[in-house]
Design a protein. Structure first.
Length: 115
């Protein structure tokens, strides 16, 4: 069983920055696909970014140029650096890991962008 814990969420002003982190337990992280989604109230879960063992990264158009994802296989960690945050970025941010054909999710971390 893989456990995922996200951290780093909080309240930030428009235009500000925040970095989210996600740590996964267990083995096999370096060969897994990992990434981030977000879910705002009354909206569908939205894909943000993913990266695979090859290092290839995919980003949603809504965050290109503002968010950057990185992974540290030695620490089983994936991060999401967010800048130029907007009110519409307010959501619960969820990390996932695809491992041996199973997608595991974290509980999410709340990001609120407001003045």
């Amino acid at each position: 069983q893989v456990q995922i814990v996200e951290s780093g969420g909080g309240l930030v002003q428009p235009g500000g920055s925040l970095t989210l982190s996600c740590v996964a337990s267990g083995s096999g992280f370096s060969g897994a696909g990992v990434g981030w989604y977000r879910q705002a109230p009354e909206k569908q879960r939205e894909f943000l970014a993913s990266t695979f063992a090859s290092g290839r990264r995919n980003y949603a158009d809504s965050i290109k140029g503002r968010f950057t994802m990185s992974r540290d296989n030695a620490k089983n960690t994936v991060s999401l650096q967010m800048s130029s945050l907007k009110a519409e970025d307010t959501a619960v941010y969820l990390c996932f890991i695809d491992l041996r054909g199973v997608r595991y999710w974290g509980q999410g971390t709340q990001v609120t962008v407001s003045s």
